[in-house]
Design a protein around this ligand. Structure first.
Ligand SMILES: [Zn+2]
Length: 232
């Protein structure tokens, strides 16, 4: 039953950590606003970066198309020069017209893409500057905030170290089970029995389970929610 002591201690440690983390993440309005600005800018940067990658990929495709269109056009132009018979000449001119039109239809969107890339690159450079400025401002104010909450910062450090120490006393499977359960059950993996019921899910415990709990020989879990149980 040594495990139960460790698990209860781990649960208490986790509870304190949740409280401290809540206090440390409750940023004052100015800091919260800066944090939101950094995140919003990062989102914009991600969107523009994606658009930039797409545009660059399209440019590659269109460039190849343009190269081909240019070759076709040159060939048509050469044909016009070497044709002497009038009938063939008219056909060659028509062919050249067609190839010129094709080339223009590729080069126009390519130019648009190239100017889009430039616009995106400029916007990204601007956003990067914005993000860095907001981040620097945030870091500065956040350092002050953490100074003002030195107790919590110190407490968190101690709790994290205690958590590691406790986890080291359990098997890897036990640690995994604990955290999976805590994650799925509002952070509570180990709960006391209250009025003959599991205080995690409020389901009444069967007589034999209560009896075994009183005996205190084995680790028992709630049959309904799988939380580890203990008698307070
Ligand atoms: Zn339960």
């Amino acid at each position: 039953m040594e495990n139960l002591v460790i698990l209860r201690d781990l649960q208490a440690t986790l509870d304190y950590l949740v409280t401290i983390n809540r206090e440390l993440s409750a940023l004052p309005p100015d800091l919260a606003a800066l944090d939101a600005r950094v995140k919003a800018t990062e989102k914009q940067i991600a969107e523009k970066t994606k658009a930039l990658e797409t545009a660059r990929a399209q440019i590659q495709v269109k460039s190849k198309e343009l190269t081909q269109a240019q070759k076709d056009e040159e060939r048509a132009r050469a044909a016009v020069k070497t044709t002497s018979q009038k009938v063939h000449y008219t056909a060659a001119i028509r062919e050249l017209d067609e190839k010129e039109r094709l080339k223009a239809s590729v080069s126009k969107p390519l130019k648009a893409l190239e100017s889009l890339v430039l616009t995106l690159e400029e916007a990204l450079a601007f956003l990067e500057t914005e993000r860095a400025a907001a981040q620097a401002q945030f870091d500065e104010l956040h350092a002050v905030f953490l100074d003002e909450h030195a107790n919590q910062v110190e407490g968190r450090k101690k709790l994290l170290s205690k958590k590691s120490t406790l986890e080291a006393k359990l098997t890897a499977a036990e640690v995994t089970r604990f955290h999976r359960l805590a994650g799925a059950r509002q952070g509570r993996a180990v709960v006391p029995v209250e009025n003959g019921a599991c205080s995690g899910c409020n389901v009444k415990l069967r007589g034999p389970i209560l009896f075994q709990l009183k005996e205190g020989k084995t680790l028992l879990t709630c049959e309904s929610c799988q939380r580890t149980l203990f008698l307070p």
